[in-house]
Design a protein around this ligand. Structure first.
Ligand code: ZN
Length: 270
């Protein structure tokens, strides 16, 4: 466990985990019943699924479940420290570039929530929405990272994922991404750069006694295990490079390592 208490800076975290969205009690049986009824009425059951998907993320979350996530728990504290440390690093780096950094918000949620990008769901994994400068994170994703994708897990691996999403925020501020991605290979370059930016952040903490040297290997292992080839191998049993959107395990590990070892943003071009 890294010593996150050494980071005094806090990021802007909005905890929506205690908010139930409208579909929470609907359940899969309900979906199948509606699909069946639609089919009997001559409709296309898949339209129902699309509709439900939209409703799930657009229904305002109003009922607060104060019992479970009230106050600031240790996870929120951890996320806020990691985000705070990225703020420190990127504020400084933007100043050096003659620019001003706008700090992002991070929303913790469960299931689905509203976002400036037509909604966030757990199924899409941690992601960044350029329209509202916000990172969306359902931390139960990390259980999947550990059990299905074979990452060793742990807090440093989770911090790497947050730093990667912050990398997309940086790309947004610098105009590297404009929300339209033309081809998969463009997307690969963008993703590798975000990994490299995560490496820059890890480099900035290197001399502060926050990580043990072996803990940085945890972040590297996470970068490696979310390579497109590893994910395809584990989920489909085969590998299709033409459909890669994030790069291979070797590429991702390499990108992170370049950032971590050089600490130089100019080296993060792919
Ligand atoms: Zn990404």
């Amino acid at each position: 466990m890294a010593d996150w208490d050494k980071i005094t800076r806090r990021g802007n975290v909005e905890d929506r985990r205690g908010l139930r969205n409208g579909l929470a009690s609907f359940g899969i049986t309900g979906v199948l019943l509606v699909m069946g009824a639609t089919y009997l009425m001559g409709g296309n059951p898949l339209d129902v699924l699309t509709q439900i998907d939209i409703e799930q993320v657009l229904t305002p979350a109003t009922n607060e479940d104060t019992s479970q996530f009230a106050g600031i728990d240790s996870y929120e504290q951890f996320v806020s420290s990691v985000l705070g440390s990225t703020n420190d690093y990127w504020n400084k780096t933007f100043l050096e570039l003659g620019n001003t950094y706008t700090e992002p918000t991070l929303v913790l949620f469960r299931g689905g929530t509203n976002s400036g990008c037509s909604g966030a769901t757990s199924a899409s994994g941690p992601h960044y929405c350029p329209a509202d400068l916000t990172i969306y994170l359902d931390e139960t994703f990390f259980d999947e990272l550990t059990t299905q994708l074979g990452a060793s897990g742990g807090d440093v691996a989770e911090a790497y994922v947050i730093a990667h999403e912050v990398g997309h925020h940086v790309q947004n501020l610098l105009g590297t991404i404009d929300g339209t991605r033309l081809t998969n290979s463009d997307s690969v370059e963008i993703e590798l750069q975000a990994d490299c930016y995560a490496g820059l952040w890890a480099h900035s903490l290197r001399d502060q006694g926050i990580f043990e040297p072996n803990e940085i290997a945890e972040a590297m292992n996470a970068a490696e295990s979310v390579g497109d080839d590893s994910i395809q191998q584990k989920t489909q049993g085969e590998v299709h490079p033409e459909s890669w959107t994030h790069g291979s395990s070797a590429d991702r590990l390499n990108a992170f390592t370049i950032g971590y070892e050089t600490g130089d943003i100019k080296k993060c071009t792919f």
